[in-house]
Design a protein around this ligand. Structure first.
Ligand SMILES: C[S@@+](CC[C@H](N)C(=O)[O-])C[C@H]1O[C@@H](n2cnc3c(N)ncnc32)[C@H](O)[C@@H]1O
Length: 220
């Protein structure tokens, strides 16, 4: 038992990874590739990616949405938990890393489940509201421009079915949400989002200290 979440230092983090990750060479190679990029820290942490996969499979999701693909690590994790005929709509504003992502998804055998849509995600989501699958998605992962996370969440509430789960990354902003001296736009937006989610009675809510803080919204 523990009355509060404990600090995860480097030694414990190493232990966590060694005793929980079910990574393959494809996961490791993609991680290594991203870590070699200038903005490689954007990649979803491996334990969080596996948790997303766990959630996706737990609710037997067949349709999923990701906002913020980058080199494709979290998309690979989510798609791997979908059935063979399942579909992940993977949205990013840029195709700079799309070929890297597709190569990894192909190596992992999940590429046929992933439909990539390039453009501002708000436009992509607005278009999806007019498609027949609207209201029938099961799972959503939001990990893009933080100023728009609340907008993405609102679209998710309309695109997902009751019982679906919306997950939102970087709720801690590296700890800056709790520092009143930090008032940049993404941090202020994340604080406002946290207060909004706390009071939103359309969802059951939990904020999990994994990675950089992951919000879980279960749609009532
Ligand atoms: C933190 S990275 C995503 C990391 C990814 N989930 C992973 O596991 O590797 C954020 C991504 O959001 C994308 N992005 C930023 N603004 C966006 C927007 N308005 N619409 C769609 N994607 C956006 C960026 O191009 C970038 O690839």
């Amino acid at each position: 038992m523990s009355a509060r979440t404990i600090q995860v230092d480097d030694r414990l983090h190493d232990w966590l990874l060694a005793h929980s990750l079910r990574d393959t060479d494809v996961h490791q190679e993609l991680r290594d590739h991203a870590l070699g990029l200038e903005d490689g820290g954007m990649q979803t942490s491996p334990e969080q990616a596996q948790f997303l996969s766990f959630l996706t499979r737990s609710i037997r999701a067949t349709r999923a949405i990701e906002i913020g693909v980058y080199t494709g690590a979290s998309a690979m994790a989510i798609a791997s938990a979908l059935p063979h005929e399942g579909r992940l709509v993977a949205c990013d504003i840029s195709d700079e890393h799309l070929q890297t992502a597709i190569a990894a998804w192909t190596a992992a055998g999940v590429h046929t489940r992933i439909e990539s849509r390039i453009g501002p995600a708000l436009e992509t989501l607005a278009a999806m509201l007019d498609e027949p699958e609207a209201g029938h998605y099961d799972f959503m992962y939001i990990d893009a421009d933080k100023e728009n996370s609340l907008n993405y969440y609102e679209h998710g509430l309309r695109l997902l079915r009751p019982g679906g789960i919306i997950t939102i990354d970087n709720m801690f902003r590296g700890g800056q949400v709790a520092d009143p001296a930090v008032n940049d736009e993404p941090t202020v937006a994340t604080r406002e989002l946290a207060m909004f989610l706390l009071d939103d009675d359309r969802i059951d809510y939990s904020l999990v200290p994994i990675g950089d803080g992951l919000a879980l919204a279960h749609i009532r």
